[in-house]
Design a protein. Structure first.
Length: 334
């Protein structure tokens, strides 16, 4: 039983009995009457609340609408943010001898997309196309080493694809910035500097060796096909040459793939041109402004009505005066 009902029952004259020895029946009847009175009090309290809302209906409606309009207008003064998106295939596998050799993994490509080298290369390209502000943003992210900034890269769940996002103050700038980042990413996926020179020299050497091995293989095959050179020594030499050709072919294919890096067809979805700003969300700001204002106004209306009711109640008025006196004493002590 709620506490206010218990209080109401305790305030009833249960101890009084009717003449004729019917005290027990009187007690039961009194308890039922008190419980019924408590339910009526609850209904009256609910009606009072509804009455307060009805009396302040237009205040609540107009206040909420005004706050929603102000939120909508204020959102127009915020700096808009446009987001361009692209999707890349971030996995590169090379089949060597029936086995897949991973050259790039999606996680490595995502990390490379936000590396300082990639962002600096993209910033240099952007600076030459007139997007100076976006170039400065890329340089700042490259200097901080953060993976969350103007450029964001993430691995798509359960997929070898990479999702790239770039934020900018306008749609063309966002698209151009993301394109510059992708170009720089493809360039950084290829060997640079001394590594490129060494790999290129090794590739030329292995290709020359492969050509000589193929010439030897053709010569041995011709010798073996003749009746006079079909002994076990020639067959063993021929097998060794074939093994060398297989190993050299795999090495040449791997080095060529590393020199190529990520191919241009790795871009599955090119940078998009955003049609609407991603931020600020004017609709959301408008709705939240109206809801918050309505809640605050409703709370203020209930508090104001409670204060008025308290002033009309002598017992509550005495408590209010004691509260004021206590606050006055606290101020004087402070």
């Amino acid at each position: 039983m709620p506490l206010h009902q218990v209080g109401a029952i305790n305030s009833c004259p249960i101890g009084e009995t009717m003449p004729g020895g019917k005290g027990q029946e009187n007690v039961s009847s009194t308890v039922e009457n008190c419980a019924s009175a408590s339910v009526v009090d609850d209904e009256i309290s609910l009606l009072d609340l509804l009455l307060v809302v009805a009396e302040n209906f237009w205040l609540l409606v107009l206040g909420s609408c005004s706050a929603a309009v102000l939120g909508f207008v204020a959102a127009g003064f915020f700096q808009p943010t446009y987001v361009s998106k692209a999707v890349l295939h971030g996995e590169r596998l090379l089949v060597v001898g029936g086995k897949e050799v991973p050259l790039f993994s999606p996680a490595e490509v995502a990390q490379l997309a936000t590396s300082a080298a990639t962002l600096s290369g993209a910033a240099s390209a952007l600076a030459q196309t007139g997007f100076a502000a976006e170039a400065q943003g890329l340089q700042a992210q490259a200097a901080s080493g953060s993976s969350s900034g103007t450029v964001k890269a993430s691995v798509v769940r359960n997929s070898p694809s990479i999702s790239l996002e770039v934020s900018a103050s306008n749609a063309p700038a966002a698209q151009a910035t993301l394109q510059a980042v992708i170009d720089a990413l493809l360039a950084q996926s290829r060997p640079q500097g001394d590594e490129f020179a060494t790999l290129q020299a090794n590739l030329q050497r292995d290709m020359a060796t492969l050509e000589r091995s193929r010439a030897i293989e053709a010569s041995l095959a011709q010798q073996i096909s003749s009746a006079g050179a079909s002994g076990p020594q020639a067959a063993s030499a021929y097998g060794n040459v074939l093994a060398a050709i297989t190993a050299l072919s795999a090495s040449v294919a791997e080095q060529q793939a590393r020199l190529q890096g990520l191919p241009a067809d790795s871009v599955l979805v090119p940078p998009t041109l955003p049609q609407q700003p991603a931020k600020p969300k004017r609709a959301l700001i408008t709705v939240l402004s109206g809801l918050v204002a309505g809640f605050v106004l409703l709370l203020w209306v209930f508090v104001r009505q409670s204060w008025r009711n308290a002033q009309a109640d002598p017992a509550a008025l005495e408590k209010i005066q004691r509260i004021r006196l206590a606050l006055t004493r606290q101020r004087s002590v402070a």
